[in-house]
Design a protein around this ligand. Structure first.
Ligand code: ACO
Length: 316
């Protein structure tokens, strides 16, 4: 039997830090409100001369290096992003070219904050059915470009960055399960217009409190779904790597499966919400800090615009 194994992780965050104190000077907010309601202290902002593809390229190179895989041996590239600098070509094609990856399929996925879980699901199917052997996944966002910097309810949340993994076909797991979901009837609770139709500027619009309630319910259900599908109990999970949207949502999800917070990878305080990039960024942080080790069982989950949500249960 063939499994998809994660054999290398990488990430990159832009240098510029925007603190809660900085935001106090920009909108009517306080460090205490942001910290209490979200758990965020600071976020990163892409430089004037940087593009989302630049963040993606650095994260991808770091993941390739960590995996010991040569760029020419990659035979599928998938990028998750909602904030590419180009409408086309895809970020995946840009990354394929810049890294010197040869002729292979390359395409982007947009599932908002759930992008990385969708990528894992798709890559898993390519590897399991023999269509790909070495897959590069990159998730990259420049959300600061679509944030309304006058809207205190959203501008305190979002951040820029990129995360990446390399997967390879192996006889041992690997990805044990993925579960991906979507319900477009919620699309008006969280969206960003393109700015190309009507008068709507290309800014994130969110009914935060409504999103919060659905996120807690769906994420609670999806982590339970993952455990049940694999006949696992919570003690079998070494680490939960959640989407870093809100510390209160993360705590509610961990509580739902009675997982102590000591086994949750948390990056939200210093990284904010980087949408699709948030799970691979947290994963790479956990690996590089020596927390996630070979042999560990890791449960990843995410929730985002669409709504989309999902989980991936992976052995390292
Ligand atoms: N500073 C101070 N006060 C604020 C701020 C701020 N930055 N933002 C909002 N408030 C005020 C509101 O105006 C409101 O005031 P009012 O009571 O006088 O009307 C009050 O705080 C409470 O507002 P709520 O929106 O009810 O606050 P809530 O506790 O829900 O926290 C938050 C807001 C942090 C946005 C939360 O709802 C949340 O995290 N939602 C989910 C976000 C999420 O998971 N998104 C999905 C992924 S993102 C993606 O897919 C791109």
């Amino acid at each position: 039997m063939t499994f998809a194994r994660i054999i290398g992780t990488g990430s990159y965050m832009p240098e510029r830090i925007l603190t809660n104190a900085d935001l106090e000077q920009m909108v009517d907010t306080t460090d205490q409100w942001i910290l209490d309601r979200t758990g965020i202290r600071e976020r990163r902002i892409i430089a004037e001369d940087q593009k989302v593809s630049d963040l993606a390229e650095i994260a991808a190179k770091r993941a390739l290096e960590a995996s010991g895989t040569k760029a020419v041996d990659i035979d599928l590239v998938i990028v998750a992003s909602a904030t590419s600098e180009l409408i086309f070509p895809s970020l995946a094609c840009l990354i394929q070219q810049r890294l010197g990856i040869g002729d292979c399929p390359a395409f982007d996925i947009n599932a908002a904050c759930t992008g990385f879980i969708y990528q894992l699901d798709v890559a898993n199917q390519f590897i399991k059915n023999g269509s790909a052997k070495n897959v590069l996944l990159v998730a990259a966002e420049g959300l600061s470009k679509v944030v309304d910097w006058d809207d205190r309810a959203t501008c305190v949340l979002f951040s820029d960055g990129a995360g990446a993994v390399v997967l390879t076909a192996d006889s041992k797991p690997g990805i044990r399960s993925t579960h991906i979901h979507a319900d477009g009837t919620y699309s008006e609770l969280l969206y960003a217009p393109s700015g190309r139709y009507g008068d709507d500027p290309p800014h994130i619009r969110m009914k935060g409190n409504d999103v919060f309630k659905v996120a807690v319910t769906k994420l609670g259900a999806v982590v339970t779904e993952a455990l049940q599908a694999n006949n696992l109990v919570v003690d079998d999970i070494d680490w939960l790597v959640p989407h870093q949207a809100n510390l209160r949502i993360i705590k509610a999800t961990a509580k739902r499966i009675h997982l102590p917070m000591e086994r949750v990878i948390l990056t939200i305080e210093k990284q904010g919400n980087t949408s699709a990039a948030s799970v691979p960024l947290a994963l790479d942080t956990g690996v590089r800090e020596g927390k996630i080790k070979a042999g560990d069982t890791v449960l990843m989950e995410a929730f985002g615009a669409g709504f989309t949500w999902g989980s991936a249960l992976v052995d390292f």
